[in-house]
Structures are given as structure tokens and as C-alpha cells.
Design a protein around this ligand. Structure first.
Ligand code: ATR
Length: 273
């Protein structure tokens, strides 16, 4: 029988998940159906339960439901617990398991696809919201030599640095204090690019950077990537690889087989111009 999966969000029209999982199912020979559900803003839990009761096996969760999905779960895996949010659910009997693959997807993209080692690197993470929080533990697990977390609101960065201290040292910083520092990898995990804005990052920080990574996908050369390009960053990337890699992790969690991702990422890439 065909197993059913879905992505739930609101709005959901833009989602690439059905295409990505459809491609994975084909390449791995898995018999699944994967659809998109627009969850009612005041009825997320009801929509999840209805999907499960109709035989659904798992769901991806996107904005604005990642926190509600975390609350709804009966069992949270450590990564979801640390991120305080979930982007993937698995249904088994009356249990709802929650995980979060955003951070591991990002790390997989940087290390495997873009060929940049995080181990021993000086890393700068911009932003201290949900996206940064999901990335911290997977980054620390790679053992960078330095991990600086910069945020407009310094207290939020300090609170995150404290929370993640058991997993490795995170140095909280304001943007102004970054002047004169240089990093191998700079990741923009703020939501600034969604608004066409630029975090107040001193341009010189990006001089000599090996990789400037924009989490937002499909927006071309965002103000952050443009700044990095002008500063001479060696490699620029947006979040398409992360999107596909986190999907591959969820697929493996559900189906026990990890699909190849390279071909699909290459097909989905939009030139950064
Ligand atoms: P998400 O879940 O996408 O991470 P969020 O939790 O709302 O979204 O967090 C947004 C992050 O982007 C925050 O770190 C925010 O900084 P503040 O904590 O100071 O608000 C950051 N951000 C948003 N717009 C920004 C801008 N124009 N410049 C710098 N940082 C910005």
C-alpha cells in the first residue's frame, strides 16, 4: 500500500517539498505519496491528527507551525529539543515523534556539497532566532575552532550561547564588535534577506571568507551575498542545498534509506545574480 506523507504550512503554495520527496521516492523505489496541506492558522493540531487518522505516516512542518508541532509531539528527539522547534514528525501508533533536520541539513550541505570543512574553522553565525538555534548544535558537533554568534539584540545571542554551552563554546557578539575580525565561514541565519535588508555587518569581516552562506533560498544575490561578493568571499551559496539535505534526512528517518541529493540540488539551483 502507498504510504502517505505531507508538508504542512500556511501559506504552502510555494513549497518545493512534494517535488523533492517525489524525486527521492522515484530514485529509491519507495512507494509513497507526498502532498502539501495548508494548515488552518487556528487549527494546526486538528489538521495533523486528521492526516494521521487517515493513515498518514509522517509530516514536514514549515512556517508558522514549527513551534506548535514541537508542542504537539509526544516524543522529541534531542535536536528538536535543542532547537525548540521541529520540522519533521513521524507517526507510530499513538506516538508523534518530532525531530529537526534543518541544522544537520545545513552542515551536510557545507561539508559534503560545498566542500568546506567546519572542523577547525572560524565560523560566524548571524542571527539568534529559530534558524540560528537549529544550526548551533550541529555546527558545534563539527568542532569549529571558533563559533561567534552575532545578533542585533545582544541579549538573545548571550542567552543562546549560555544554553548551548554544554555542546561547545559559543561567543555572543554585537555586530559592531566584529570589526577587525575575519572568518572562514559566515552564515546568514537572520530573516533580514526576506525583507531585502542587510544585517549591520562590517564589510571587512567578509574579506578572505571561504564561504558566505545565505539560509534563504531562491532570492538570488541577496544584500548579504552581494556584500560578501564585493568583499571577495571565495564561495557564495544560498539555502537550496540545505533544503534538499534536510529533506533527505527526513526521508531517511521515515523510510530507512537516504537518497542521493547532488543531482537534485544541481537541478534546483538558481544562479546567484
Ligand atoms: P527565524 O525563525 O527565521 O530565525 P526569528 O526567530 O524571527 O526568525 O528571528 C529572526 C532573526 O533575524 C533574529 O535574530 C533577528 O534579530 P533580533 O533578535 O535582533 O530581532 C534577525 N533580524 C531580522 N531582521 C534583521 C535585520 N534587518 N538586521 C539584522 N538582524 C535581523
Amino acid at each position: 500500500m502507498t504510504d502517505r506523507y505531507a508538508v504542512i504550512g500556511n501559506p504552502i503554495g510555494h513549497t518545493k517539498s512534494p517535488m523533492i520527496h517525489g524525486s527521492f521516492a522515484q530514485s529509491t523505489g519507495q512507494d509513497i505519496e507526498y502532498t502539501a496541506i495548508e494548515g488552518p492558522l487556528d487549527g494546526f493540531a486538528g489538521a495533523v491528527h486528521a492526516f494521521r487518522d487517515a493513515g498518514g505516516r509522517g509530516m514536514n512542518v514549515t512556517a508558522p507551525f514549527k513551534l506548535q508541532a514541537f508542542e504537539l509531539a509526544t516524543d522529541r528527539l534531542e535536536r528538536a529539543e535543542l532547537a525548540g522547534a521541529t520540522n519533521a514528525l513521524k507517526f507510530e501508533g499513538d506516538r508523534i515523534y518530532a525531530d529537526n533536520f534543518d541544522g544537520v541539513g545545513l552542515v551536510a550541505d557545507i561539508t559534503r556539497n560545498l566542500g568546506v570543512e567546519i572542523k577547525g574553522a572560524c565560523v560566524l553565525l548571524l542571527g539568534a532566532g529559530g534558524a540560528a538555534r537549529g544550526a548551533l548544535q550541529p555546527f558545534l558537533a563539527q568542532r569549529p575552532s571558533v563559533l561567534v554568534l552575532a545578533n542585533r539584540t545582544l541579549e538573545t545571542a548571550v542567552a543562546l550561547a549560555d544554553r548551548f554551552a554544554p555542546y561547545g563554546e559559543v561567543i555572543a557578539s554585537g555586530y559592531g564588535d566584529l570589526s577587525g575580525q575575519h572568518f572562514d565561514i559566515v552564515v546568514n541565519a537572520t530573516s533580514a534577506s526576506l525583507k531585502g535588508e542587510l544585517p549591520p555587518l562590517p564589510a571587512e569581516v567578509l574579506k578572505g571568507t571561504k564561504l558566505a552562506y545565505e539560509l534563504v533560498y531562491g532570492k538570488g544575490l541577496t544584500p548579504f551575498l552581494r556584500l560578501a561578493q564585493n568583499a571577495g568571499a571565495a564561495q557564495l551559496a544560498d539555502g537550496v542545498g540545505m533544503l534538499v539535505e534536510q529533506a533527505a534526512e527526513a526521508f531517511a528517518w521515515w523510510r530507512g534509506v537516504r537518497p542521493d541529493t547532488r543531482g537534485l540540488i544541481d537541478r534546483m539551483k538558481i544562479p546567484l545574480v
